[in-house]
Design a protein around this ligand. Structure first.
Ligand SMILES: [Zn+2]
Length: 506
């Protein structure tokens, strides 16, 4: 049976344009989605934008725009960037979508009927920039550490969600991996948060914020971000808020529960507390995995507007091309750890891994192969370790070790380069034509395997390589994956083409 795979990025807040941090999460999700499609899974990949709240209302006002007009523009910028990066999302959910608003309204009613929402007073220190209440412990010298401003003391009527009620149940599910949190350090962090700080009921509504989804039984309130944004993971696959037909049973492709929510560490805590508690309240299954990746610094500094070091996804694409931009992002750090990036490092990596690596290997091999009339498959090329590489590559991607999968590919290229250097096919062409034809077959066939491994990371490059090997990309994409990655897929009478250089040196 075909396995389903539902992967999400967070929905991105439209208070600003997309930057390299958003791009990192989104490309990573795209690589995993493309990999699962390649192996034959039924995939749904969701991304989108979070568009309500006081901060958006304020920004729109400053820009002399209506909030919807303002969010339309920023949402379009995200969609443009994802187009530039060749992102293959199946839907782009916006929290201003009608279906989303309808479903949030129903979900709020349902949770209230269940007794999980009550009218209370919300007191706290509120950072307007974060749009979050802060505890004393969060502050540094009385200031929000992010924004260096004094949070306001706020006390207001609010509809509260009974988060505390779900503490024991959730802690148990996190401990026994029913809700798996990866990497393991992050799981431990969350467990100690539960054990040391516990959970308090949280505010689910705001008075005096007009730009939001009205609370259905009290229109003087709008839904606060948690009550609104998290539900995108359900509405994005077509959930309409009918609790009696959750998407796992309904006719919505059966994608719920999500197989993995991908995110950066700053939003882990809310994803490991509020979101699964809402699902328990709604009577729906929890996502299987939360995978947390790290933050990037730019040349040792935090990326920020005031430092002027914000990198837009398009900047990368313009300098390196779409596939190289994707590669550079994915190889920038161990997936799950913090990283540091700089243009110099990217340039260096581009030349080393792409221009001198895959680009050179393909060009060199095609040139050699074009000097003989036909290939011969005699020895089977075991020393190129194709089978072993596939096992490692597939294991890595199953475990979300994206950078490890790239290492596996790079190792295969080194093996191929060494194989060429050791066997000297350019000499064999003159002395032993059969041997030359066999060695070159083994090299080109290995390159064909490498192109499949590259497909989720660099889809256009994979197609260009197929073209060089004399294969038709449209036909290759239709092939059954299991058959495609068997040794011997390259016909011996193939006609190679010297195409343009894949990655010309910078
Ligand atoms: Zn703040």
């Amino acid at each position: 049976m075909q396995k389903k795979f539902y992967i999400t990025t967070p929905i991105y807040y439209v208070n600003d344009k997309p930057h390299i941090g958003h791009a990192y999460t989104t490309v990573a999700a795209d690589v995993l989605a493309r990999y699962r499609r390649m192996i034959g899974d039924k995939v749904f990949f969701l991304t989108g934008t979070d568009e309500h709240g006081a901060k958006i209302e304020e920004k729109a006002k400053k820009a002399r725009k209506k909030p919807k007009e303002f969010t339309d523009e920023i949402a379009a910028k995200f969609q443009f960037s994802w187009g530039e990066l060749n992102i293959s999302n199946d839907n782009f959910i916006r929290t201003t979508d009608k279906n989303h608003i309808r479903a949030v309204t129903k979900a709020l009613k349902f949770m209230r009927t269940k007794g999980d929402i009550y009218k209370g007073v919300h007191k706290g220190l509120y950072c307007r920039e974060c749009e979050q209440f802060k505890t004393e412990r969060d502050l540094v010298d009385g200031l929000c550490p992010e924004h260096k401003i004094t949070p306001e003391k706020v006390e207001e009527e609010s509809y509260m969600f009974k988060l505390a009620k779900y503490k024991d149940q959730l802690l148990e599910k996190i401990k026994n991996n029913e809700l798996q949190i990866l990497p393991k350090e992050r799981k431990n962090e969350i467990i100690s948060f539960y054990e040391n700080e516990g959970l308090n009921d949280i505010s689910f509504s705001r008075k005096n914020v007009g730009w939001g989804i009205p609370v259905p039984w009290d229109k003087s309130h709008t839904a606060y971000v948690w009550a609104d944004a998290f539900l995108n993971y359900l509405t994005g696959i077509g959930w309409n808020g009918e609790s009696e037909s959750p998407p796992d049973k309904g006719g919505e492709g059966g994608f719920w529960p999500a197989d993995v929510h991908l995110m950066s560490k700053d939003i882990l805590r809310v994803h490991a507390t509020i979101w699964p508690a809402m699902l328990l309240s709604l009577g729906l299954p929890l996502p299987k995995t939360l995978f947390i990746h790290g933050f990037f610094k730019i040349e040792g500094q935090k990326m920020s507007k005031s430092l002027g070091n914000v990198i837009a996804p398009e900047d990368l694409v313009r300098r390196y091309g779409v596939d190289a931009a994707r590669y550079l992002l994915m190889s920038a750090t161990i997936f799950g750890r913090d990283g540091d990036i700089s243009q110099d490092k990217f340039d260096e990596k581009f030349n080393a891994d792409l221009a001198n690596g895959i680009g050179n290997l393909v060009a060199r091999s095609i040139t050699l192969a074009s000097k003989i009339n036909s290939l011969k498959s005699l020895s089977g090329g075991q020393e190129l370790k194709v089978k072993e590489s596939w096992l490692e590559y597939e294991k890595a991607l199953y475990e979300f070790k994206i950078d490890t999968a790239l290492d596996d590919i790079n190792r295969m290229m080194k093996i191929s380069d060494n194989y060429i250097t050791t066997n000297k096919p350019w000499e064999l062409i003159k002395k032993d034509k059969d041997k030359a034809a066999d060695i070159l077959y083994n090299i080109l066939e290995t390159i064909r395997h490498i192109s499949w491994m590259l497909l989720p990371f660099m889809p256009e490059t994979a197609e260009k390589i197929w073209d060089s090997l004399g294969l038709n990309p449209a036909d290759e994409l239709k092939k059954d994956f299991k058959k495609a990655i068997k040794w011997g897929g390259l016909p011996i009478d193939t006609k190679v083409n010297k195409g343009e250089a894949l990655f010309p040196r910078l």
